[in-house]
Design a protein around this ligand. Structure first.
Ligand SMILES: [Zn+2]
Ligand SMILES: [Zn+2]
Length: 229
């Protein structure tokens, strides 16, 4: 079978998530700069932004998705045709993702601080995010996720969980797809034609992210105050 190799960061937040600094322009700029030929947009509990960016970027493969806050932890859905509500159980969320035509990824299932699924990972998922480039603890969470992938027969993927442009691509998945389309990428992941890669995001980039986020908040507050004067 002739396939094309897709190199995609499957977990990126844009400014459609309140906590991210990545504008749609930054998204494509850094994805290309860091050697990717595709990127998934997975904003927190919001799908429309991802679909809009994908439509407005015909010359780069943008995979629309969202990161859903289930009551059991965060779940990434890719290639869905409607948004999935937050606050359901992990099992219900996965079911809704499948009904919406998408694939369900157990993202950062064993990290501290991030709404990790822990024991809610189950065979109903399609894939597990083995490498999350911003995971703490990094190595231990990879090992646990690899064990779970084997136990539940899940495909293994990687992403950065980027919230700042230069972080994009530290975690990425190579996917052998029939063609460079969202549907073919989702199918290839489902069938296990994919491999996780990556390294931990350097601390300096996380510090820069926090500094710029603070700066943005200060600027917003300043302009609000100015408007009130
Ligand atoms: Zn998360
Ligand atoms: Zn995330």
């Amino acid at each position: 079978m002739n396939t094309i190799q897709i190199r995609a960061d499957l977990h990126v937040h844009t400014t459609y998530s309140n906590d991210s600094l990545i504008t749609p322009k930054d998204l494509i700029y850094y994805a290309k700069k860091n050697g990717l030929n595709a990127v998934a947009v997975t904003d927190h509990d919001y799908l429309d932004g991802a679909i809009k960016i994908a439509k407005e970027t015909p010359d780069f493969l943008v995979i629309p998705g969202m990161e859903i806050s289930s009551i059991d932890g965060h779940i990434v859905a890719l290639n869905i045709n409607e948004p999935i509500p937050r606050g359901l159980t992990a099992k219900e969320t996965v079911e809704r993702i499948h009904t919406a035509g998408g694939i369900a990824i157990a993202c950062h299932p064993y990290v501290y601080f991030k709404g990790s699924l822990q024991n809610a990972v189950c065979k109903e998922f399609d894939a597990i995010e083995v490498i999350n480039a911003r995971a703490v603890p990094f190595k231990k969470s990879i090992k646990k996720a690899q064990e779970a992938a084997k136990k539940f027969c899940l495909s293994q993927v990687a992403g950065t969980d980027a919230h700042y442009g230069p972080q994009i691509g530290y975690g990425y998945t190579t996917i052998d797809a029939k063609e460079p389309t969202v549907e073919a990428v989702a199918q290839a992941i489902l069938q296990g034609y994919c491999q996780p890669h990556g390294q931990q995001v350097p601390v300096i980039l996380n510090i820069q992210q926090q500094t710029q986020r603070l700066q943005r908040m200060v600027n917003k507050t300043a302009s609000k105050l100015k408007n009130q004067l």
